[in-house]
Design a protein. Structure first.
Ligand SMILES: [Fe+2]
Length: 278
């Protein structure tokens, strides 16, 4: 396991330690899954993925107050993946918010929108036994708030719920799958992968979408509720930190003054981030 360590002062009486894990992309199948899913599992599966996930959970149980998983726990929806995820997420030591792959049927085969997501959600058996679209939990005086933004957008109701959480008056750590647009992260992404058709960030304006392929611009262009959510996140002083994944590399920057955003690399590579809040 490759452990990145951070400390952040947010004014707690006693420190709270989080283990941030994201993008495990577990790819399991069983006899209930069709031939195409078996093909995917053959191509994308690896025992290392489950091994690293088990190591990360064990580490968090031993050393941290909570494991925060920001999605793509599985690579695609299958009977075996849903059974694994449902079982894992029963663990009270884990806080989860979903990513795009958690709803993906065959990886990149369809336009993914609310209807697609709900279809997968129902196929899993109405989700995985924990809240998947909005999740909140108080741990040691910190309010962990997870918001599903896995299709690059937020919804009005999620902003309403986040404001409701802020009424508790506790410092908030936000967790979501897709990182927010930030210039240094945008630049780094294209520097690292100049051939990419996009940066997979939420809230790119038209100027920054110019470089995108048409398909990726349509997929990732923010709508009004998304922009409203981003404005609120940047202006609410109770929000102290954003934890994200999706990009499969690690990066740290600030999306606003005093608001760091940590992108953590892939759980399937063994990467995890230990954050001590104090
Ligand atoms: Fe993702």
């Amino acid at each position: 396991m490759q452990l990145i360590k951070n400390e952040l002062q947010i004014g707690l009486e006693k420190p709270v330690r989080l283990l941030h894990v994201t993008d495990s992309h577990v790819a399991l199948v069983d006899e209930h899954d069709d031939a195409r899913k078996h093909e995917l599992a053959k191509r994308l599966g690896s025992p290392d993925k489950e091994k690293y996930l088990a190591e990360q959970v064990a580490y968090a149980e031993q050393h941290c107050d909570l494991l925060v998983h920001t999605g793509d726990l599985v690579d695609f929806v299958s009977h075996a993946n849903s059974a694994m995820a449902r079982n894992l997420l029963q663990n009270e030591a884990i806080f989860f918010i979903a990513g795009n792959h958690d709803y993906s049927q065959y990886v990149g085969e369809a336009w993914e929108d609310d209807a697609y997501r709900m279809n997968s959600y129902m196929q899993m058996g109405y989700g995985l036994g924990v809240p998947m679209f909005f999740n909140a939990r108080v741990v040691g005086g910190v309010n962990l708030v997870g918001i599903d933004n896995s299709y690059y957008r937020f919804a009005d109701w999620q902003l309403w719920r986040l404001k409701k959480e802020a009424e508790k008056g506790l410092p908030i750590v936000l967790a979501f799958h897709d990182p927010l647009f930030e210039q240094a992260l945008y630049d780094y992404h294209f520097e690292r992968l100049p051939g990419e058709p996009c940066t997979y960030l939420v809230g790119c304006d038209e100027e920054h979408l110019l470089r995108y392929s048409e398909f990726r611009a349509v997929q990732q262009r923010p709508d009004k509720p998304t922009l409203d959510m981003i404005d609120y996140i940047k202006s609410e002083p109770l929000i102290k930190l954003i934890l994200t994944g999706h990009l499969h590399f690690s990066f740290e920057s600030n999306v606003a003054e005093n608001l760091p955003q940590f992108v953590t690399g892939s759980g399937f590579d063994g990467v995890a981030r230990e954050i001590t809040l104090y």
